[in-house]
Design a protein around this ligand. Structure first.
Ligand SMILES: NC(=O)C1=CN([C@@H]2O[C@H](COP(=O)(O)OP(=O)(O)OC[C@H]3O[C@@H](n4cnc5c(N)ncnc54)[C@H](OP(=O)(O)O)[C@@H]3O)[C@@H](O)[C@H]2O)C=CC1
Ligand SMILES: O=C(O)[C@@H]1CCC=N1
Length: 265
């Protein structure tokens, strides 16, 4: 049974605690390293994990999951390196940070998995892309597969596509939440109360997402089924197209991927 240490248990770190437990790991096998004791106590109470010091967590873990912000990595790696056993699998969730940079900061460690998840991981409905360094063993690959299956869906991708994946599925949930915010505001502008606007918009998005997953139809076919000839929807889509929605979305995704690349520095 693997012992897992987690350094940085915020939004994604917590999502991975939940996924590890869903994947069959005992909470007593999970140690977390936190900056704020109250956060540690909250997670210990909620999941039954143990709050442990940095050195002890690193030296006793078979798998070490990094869930801090990318900006904190250069300071953290020198504190990890002296305690890390060569056979420990390091899993990084950090946007932008390359396997090569992590390996270098860990004195040439080669058992590293780079994972780009997203927040629906919290519900087991996430989408993650992952890339593996050369030193990852078959058993460690199986562990990663099993863990990511518990987070939702996963794709093994070449590392050079990690930033593109960040711009697609990593940041993706925020694009939809932003769209929902805009739809709620639009409904209020049409005279609906905020409460009704929220109910109408959220259920529309939830139902549409379910159709994407369950109908077997492409997004194009599903859109066409809503769009009556010379009807109301066609007018709305005309406004989107006039504003250049495809370019706006592609530019936004490229901006996320570009920023992820910058975070590598
Ligand atoms: N949020 C997202 O949608 C996604 C995030 N990611 C990546 O996941 C990582 C985490 O992001 P997210 O969960 O959103 O960020 P959060 O800020 O929610 O979590 C980061 C956590 O790390 C803690 N922390 C920071 N430094 C240390 C340290 N030295 N020792 C122990 N704990 C520390 C923070 O503590 P404190 O509470 O005190 O600040 C915080 O709890 C990032 O690198 C991000 O790129 C990847 C994909 C999606
Ligand atoms: O905003 C970020 O940098 C991270 C990566 C993808 C989602 N959140």
């Amino acid at each position: 049974m693997s012992r897992v240490g987690i350094i940085g248990a915020g939004t994604m770190g917590e999502a991975f605690i939940a996924a590890l437990i869903r994947s069959g790991l005992q909470p007593s096998s999970i140690a977390i390293v936190v900056r704020r004791q109250e956060r540690g106590q909250e997670l210990a109470k909620k999941y039954g994990v143990t709050v442990v010091g940095l050195a002890e967590t690193i030296s006793s873990s078979d798998v070490l999951l990094l869930g801090i912000k990318p900006q904190g990595l250069s300071e953290l790696l020198p504190a990890i390196a002296p305690h890390l056993r060569p056979q420990t699998l390091v899993i990084s969730l950090l946007a932008g940070k390359t396997i090569a940079a992590i390996s270098e900061g860990l004195s040439g460690h080669t058992a590293i998995a780079r994972v780009m998840p997203n927040t629906p991981t919290l519900l087991g409905k996430g989408m993650a892309g992952y890339s593996l360094a050369t030193g990852v063993t078959e058993d460690q690959k199986k562990f990663v597969d099993q863990l990511l299956t518990a987070t939702g869906k996963s794709l093994l991708i070449p590392e050079e596509l990690q930033n593109a994946l960040t711009g697609t599925s990593g940041s993706g949930p925020a694009y939809f939440f932003r769209f929902v915010e805009a739809m709620i505001d639009g409904a209020i502008a049409l005279g609906l109360s905020r409460e009704d606007a929220t109910t109408l918009t959220v259920q529309t998005i939830v139902g549409s997402a379910a159709m994407l997953e369950e109908s077997g139809d492409s997004p194009t076919v599903l859109r066409e089924k809503v769009t009556s000839l010379k009807g109301a929807t066609a007018e709305a889509l005309g406004v989107f197209n006039e504003a250049g929605i495809s370019k706006i979305v592609a530019d936004a995704m490229a901006a996320s991927a570009k920023r992820a690349a910058e975070l590598a520095q």
